[in-house]
Design a binder for this molecule. Structure first.
Ligand code: PEP
Ligand code: MG
Length: 893
């Protein structure tokens, strides 16, 4: 039978899975010899067993008895005994801190008999009755499920009857009467008496803490913090100590460093003559901790010594809760304290400088998510309520005037206005608008919708899937849930970090960390920048995964290089066919014969070549993976419904050019499921001249770079391959084009040809594909879409909230790699691919390439690089280093 109960002296801080964070650290402090009130911890395993069956597991009651007996022996008092009773606190404590989410019951052991014993021992009758009424109230609400409002109303009545404002105005007699009233409330609303058996109180309180794991608020908190639902909570049973025994008692919280800034020095608050929950409830103003030095010099000195000991022991910022009972200091809790992102970097670097931790450990102490937070501009504090909320798709803070289409976005931006592009959803046609906008707001789609992916790539702020908004592009306005109308030109503020939208202008604070990365601000004059610089450079030394960027333009490539990218892992080429060039694609699609098609292609060639030349120049000496055209061709043609209407009108008016040819082409290319239709390598087979053109443009750009003295390293990447034969055909033609450019130019064009692995079939047949491909790049966006059968453009806004609530997954698989499904396919492809071609280069270019948890997986599975949007490159560098040093540090969540 498992052991369900541990005395504090039996545990240690590394047992948090079993004892919860609080229990593990209470055990650690006990073993260190610090003054912890004696007690024991009931394990998370017992909680899981209780939650599975609805009853305490066999043997738990006997073990609790044994440990309770030991506790009673050590203190020489029995639980709830009539004279000088032992009272205990029953507190929840899960693996990860979930502040205030689960139950706590104090003063267990008080009964109609023992309340007099407490009065006699403490010499304070008021304290005794105040403790008893608190127990009945807390027990009644949390354990017996009585509505807290009844107790609050009775307390209010008591104060009114007495004509006092605060609880302190009630004397012992009033509190005795109030306790009786509270017991009546329990009888009326719980259908039972308040239990007079101390052990029954204890057992019910323990069961109630177990059950509180499943309250709505605890579930909601776990979902927000990505804490698994099946961990369960431990229960800590601990002898009560009293901070409310007069002016020589009190309670407080303290930090060994400032958790907001990371600055050294002790911070905290103290409340004389009070219990812990009084501090939280804010019923009286607390004193700054240093005032304790005057009030209780000895206890203060002891506290300072203990805090130094704790920081030296944990080698990290600790936060603590303490109580002073008649001048005696008791430690009620410690843990590695939560901190802001800036404090995390400063503290890690400071501890390394102080020699408490080494550089690897400093790297483990910070996260990519924290670095990302430091890189976003953000809004200052606001009292304003948002007009809408949606998916926080691309972080940052953007303020601008509302525009409803790309052309207006470009036009207003060129006139110097800051604009927010508002669309139901975006498509490749909106790229120009996205580039010119500060932020994007859509009412449909999730984190991998077009708007989200492109906005992240461009470093634009984006909130998408704000479904409460009704967007009327024709009328050029949107309406919020409460009927507020926002018209084109009105100013809004979009918070892409929180997923909120505000009317009007909020103040924006720019990020000094981005200025540092982009070389506009030196690191040596600011301790935060110095810390970031040292830690990220150490990550670069340790990381095995290389970090490349997804960049489609020379400007992006430039920025990516500044931010530390070691090449381009994905250069999407679709935008090179949009804007002014769209007419050329239209001509290509409409071409009646070979000659017309050749003409159209010839017009595109110099444009593409110029694009590639500039990108290769920016990334000179580094690999540039250029993906041949992927999207279905209809994306380059006008919208079918609008065109149908236009043609009908033109015909009715008898106009010359009715655009019927174009409509026929649009109809011909129309597909029910374009993402599963004629796209990717299939285009290369159906319209081979298109890929020929792109390969030629790449080859000629490389030749131009060689002639200019550069070192181009182009990699040609074929998308959406599902079978080796597809790749063989397309790669064969590409090699022929490369050979003819080499013959024409006399320059041996350096190149590699590889493929994306973004279909399950490609992963499963990777060995055959690798006989042709020199590299694989995992397209985890499409791979996730096809493995799950989830439309990446639709599902995040529709049923994902339900899936997250039901625990189907704790994070969207489009955001964090689904190790079990998608990850298994990647693993297969890595092994099959490397077996066929040992020097196969392996990378990932889906959105997951910039996600911290996914980067760890890519490291483990043995990829060579991750590729992500330029803005996320520093985060990926940090996480690549963290993956390499492993993460053994105590989790501080
Ligand atoms: C992918 O599918 O992961 C990918 C990178 O390609 P895209 O997002 O352009 O489909
Ligand atoms: Mg793809």
């Amino acid at each position: 039978m498992p052991k369900y109960v541990y005395d504090f002296a039996e545990g240690n801080r590394f047992m948090a899975d079993l004892l919860g964070g609080k229990g593990a650290n209470l055990a650690e402090m006990s073993v260190m010899g610090l003054p912890v009130p004696p007690g024991f911890t009931i394990t998370t395993e017992a909680c899981r067993a209780y939650l599975a069956t609805g009853a305490a597991p066999d043997g738990l009651a006997a073990e609790v008895s044994e440990h309770l007996h030991r506790l009673e022996l050590s203190l020489g008092r029995k639980l709830g005994q009539v004279d000088e009773p032992l009272l205990v606190a029953v507190r929840s404590g899960a693996r990860f801190s979930m502040p205030g989410m689960m139950d706590t019951v104090l003063d267990i052991g008080l009964t109609d008999d023992s309340v007099a014993g407490l009065a006699a021992w403490s010499g304070d009758e008021r304290l005794a009755w105040d403790s008893y009424r608190r127990l009945v109230q807390m027990f009644g609400t949390t354990v017996l499920g009585v509505d807290a409002g009844y107790f609050a109303a009775a307390l209010r009545d008591a104060k009114q009857a007495k004509g006092v404002d605060g609880d302190l105005g009630l004397d012992a007699g009033d509190l005795r009467a109030l306790t009786a009233r509270f017991k009546d409330i329990v009888r009326e609303h719980a259908g039972r008496e308040f239990p007079q058996d101390p052990r029954e109180q204890l057992d019910l309180a323990i069961a109630s803490v177990f059950s509180s794991w499943h309250t709505d608020r605890a579930r909601t908190y776990r979902r927000a913090e990505h804490i698994p639902d099946d961990l369960g909570t431990a229960v800590n049973v601990c002898a009560m100590v009293f901070g409310n025994l007069g002016d020589d008692s009190g309670t407080g919280v303290a930090f060994t460093r400032d958790p907001a800034t990371g600055a050294p020095g002790v911070y905290g608050d103290y409340l004389p003559n009070a219990q812990g929950e009084d501090v939280v409830a804010g019923i009286r103003n607390t004193l700054p901790l240093h005032r304790l030095a005057d009030l209780q010099p000895r206890a203060y000195q002891q506290l300072m010594d203990i805090m130094r000991t704790l920081e030296g022991h944990y080698h990290d910022l600790c936060d603590i809760e303490f109580t002073i009972e008649r001048r005696k200091l008791w430690m009620l809790q410690t843990r590695v304290g939560k901190r802001t992102a800036a404090a995390a970097f400063r503290i890690a670097d400071a501890l390394r400088e102080e020699g408490l931790i080494d550089a690897d450990e400093a790297l483990r102490r910070v996260t990519g998510a924290q670095l990302a937070q430091l890189m976003f501009p953000r809004f200052g504090d606001t009292e304003r309520a948002p007009i809408a909320t949606g998916v926080a798709a691309s972080p940052g803070a953007a303020v601008g005037e509302v525009v409803f289409d790309s052309a207006t976005a470009v036009q207003r931006a060129e006139q110097g206005a800051a604009v927010i592009l508002v669309r139901r959803e975006t498509n490749p046609d909106d790229l120009d608008g996205l580039i010119h906008a500060r932020g994007v707001l859509t009412s449909r789609g999730g984190k991998t919708s077009h708007a989200a992916v492109v906005a992240r790539g461009l470093g634009r702020t984006c909130v998408c899937g704000a479904e409460s908004l009704t967007i009327d592009t024709e009328a050029r306005r949107f309406t919020t849930a409460d009927g507020t109308i926002v018209a084109e030109g009105d100013v809004i503020s979009v918070d892409g970090t929180a997923g909120a939208v505000y009317l009007g202008e909020l103040d924006v604070v720019p990020s000094p960390v981005v200025d540092y990365f982009e070389g506009r601000r030196p690191a040596d004059r600011d301790d935060l920048l110095r810390a970031v610089d040292r830690i990220v450079r150490h990550a670069d030394r340790r990381g095995r995964l290389e970090v490349r960027a997804n960049a489609d333009t020379a400007e992006d490539a430039h920025r990516a290089r500044l931010l530390g990218a070691k090449g381009i892992g994905l250069c999407r080429t679709e935008h090179m066919f949009l804007g002014d060039r769209r007419v050329l694609v239209e001509r290509l699609i409409l071409a009646a014969d070979d000659a017309a098609r050749k003409d159209a292609l010839a017009a595109l060639l110099p444009l593409q070549r110029a694009d590639f030349t500039r990108i290769l120049e920016e990334m000179d000496g580094l690999p540039v993976t250029i993906r041949l055209l992927d999207p279905p061709l209809h994306e380059f043609l006008p919208d079918r419904t609008q065109l149908t209407a236009r043609v009908a009108v033109a015909k009715a008016l008898g106009q010359g050019d009715t655009q019927e040819d174009l409509l026929r082409a649009v109809d011909r290319l129309h597909e029910q499921n374009p993402m599963l239709g004629t796209r990717g390598v299939r285009l290369g087979l159906v319209i081979p001249e298109l890929y020929d053109l792109q390969v030629r443009a790449i080859a000629e750009a490389a030749v131009a770079r060689v002639r200019a003295g550069g070192t181009p390293r182009a990699e040609i990447m074929i998308p959406l391959v599902g079978d080796a034969r597809e790749l063989e055909i397309v790669a064969g033609r590409a090699r022929a084009v490369l050979a003819s450019v080499a013959a024409e130019s006399g320059v041996d064009v350096p190149h590699e040809i590889g493929t994306m692995i973004e279909l399950p079939r490609a992963a499963l047949t990777a060995g055959r594909i690798a006989t042709t491909a020199r590299f694989f790049s995992f397209g985890t966006n499409d791979l996730t879409q096809t493995v799950w059968g989830f439309s990446r453009d639709d599902v995040e806004g529709s049923f994902f909230p339900v899936y997250l609530a039901e625990g189907v997954f704790t994070a969207s698989p489009f955001e964090t790699i689904d190790r079990e499904g998608v990850g298994t396919l990647i693993d297969i492809a890595v092994h099959e691919g490397r077996a066929a071609r040992p020097d196969l280069e392996l990378g990932v270019c889906g959105e997951h390439g910039g996600d911290p948890a996914s980067i760890r997986f890519f490291h483990e599975v043995g990829l060579d690089y991750v590729s992500c949007s330029p803005f996320r490159v520093p985060v990926a560098r940090l996480e690549a280093g963290r993956a390499a040093v492993g993460n053994t540090a105590v989790d501080s969540r």
